[in-house]
Design a protein around this ligand. Structure first.
Ligand code: BGC
Length: 341
């Protein structure tokens, strides 16, 4: 049985209350807040049964209201980059706010990570809903969105649903930063990872995919068999991994990635219905943020596995579509399983 407890987390500058929900099973304790649907804390057991918080974040709401790199948040309306913030639908051009070099990233200036969601307690979890107005952050159509977190045993499930009044791009994900040694640990070099992808998307210098879909075979992106992150990151040109892997779609629900931390025994296994995953090794963290319990977060002190549509799909007809049409349901799920080995 999962227990769900509800409490106040803080107050927004405009006086609205941000609530927190603690979901507890025998294996995992996870806290999620109604601002940004942010996972603020996730405790998982090591091989001796000791709980440790394995996600980066802040002790209080203020940290999440200040500028930060999307710790634990739900990202939308469109996660990842859109080239020059431009796209067109049925001959109509749209221009989004530019907030990442020449591109638009993670839903714009005030994405779904920075809005207050309406929570509802459900069995084993919590469901958040949000109505995104027609034209919000430049996106067409009124979009109704539901994000549902449920915890059963050792598995946290995140389901994303949406409906729109006009055709719109959509790409929802969760941007948790994990360190299986415990949040605040210096790096993730002693983690081992595998990703179930035969292909990846090469990127140009502003990090937009070139449009090619290349085999991982013979490259540093071949993570089909487990590799040590420390030595593998060193093989990547640039700062580390920040790339979309094209998942092997065997079924609606397919395997995505597995991460093993030998010293603690913790294992994170991810499955999803999404066609891709952005594997990001926290290359832009620089130790300047004050995290939970006074922790500092240097470069490579966490990893993100953001299951999602392929970046810039809206401008790349050869990629799986990221458009949602009126009358259709957007329905995607990702499963995070925490075990020991
Ligand atoms: C992107 C990174 C970015 C990070 C925080 C990730 O999804 O791929 O490039 O730095 O989000 O914005």
């Amino acid at each position: 049985m999962t227990s769900v407890t509800r409490d106040v987390f803080g107050k927004l500058p405009d006086g609205r209350t941000v609530e927190k929900f603690l979901l507890e099973s025998n294996f995992v304790k996870v806290q999620i807040i109604s601002f940004g649907c942010i996972i603020t804390c996730l405790e998982a057991k090591d091989r001796h049964g000791n709980f440790t918080d394995i996600v980066l974040g802040f002790d209080n709401l203020e940290g999440y209201l200040n500028k930060h790199p999307y710790f634990g948040a739900v990202i939308g309306r469109v996660a990842n980059r859109i080239a020059n913030g431009k796209f067109s639908i049925d001959g109509q051009d749209y221009q989004l706010p530019i907030n990442n070099g020449p591109n638009s990233i993670h839903g714009g200036l005030k994405g779904f990570d920075k809005v207050l969601w309406k929570p509802m307690e459900i069995e084993n979890g919590v469901q958040f809903s949000y109505m995104s107005a027609d034209g919000e952050e430049g996106y067409p159509g009124e979009l109704e969105v539901w994000v549902t977190y449920t915890l059963v045993g050792s598995e946290l499930t995140i389901n994303y649903k949406a409906r729109t009044s006009k055709t719109t791009p959509i790409n929802l994900t969760n941007h948790s930063y994990f360190n299986l040694a415990g949040q605040g640990s210096e790096n993730i070099y002693d983690h081992e990872i595998s990703i179930d992808a035969e292909h990846y998307l090469p990127i140009e210098d502003t990090m937009i995919p070139t449009g090619e879909v290349l085999p991982v075979q013979g490259t540093c992106f071949d993570l089909r068999k487990p590799v040590d992150l420390g030595s593998q990151i060193a093989k990547v040109k640039g700062n580390g991994f920040d790339h979309n892997f094209c998942l092997n779609i065997t079924d609606k629900q397919h395997s995505c990635a597995k991460v093993y931390h030998q010293p603690s025994g913790r294992v994170l296994t991810v499955r999803t219905t999404q066609p891709g995953v952005q594997f990001y090794t926290a290359n832009f963290l620089d130790g300047s943020l004050k995290g939970k319990g006074g922790a500092v977060y240097p470069k490579h002190s966490a990893f993100c596995l953001e299951s999602q549509a392929w970046p810039d799909a809206v401008n790349k007809p050869q990629f799986p579509t990221s458009f949602l049409y009126p009358g259709d349901d957007y329905d995607q799920t990702t499963w995070f399983n925490f075990s020991v080995q």
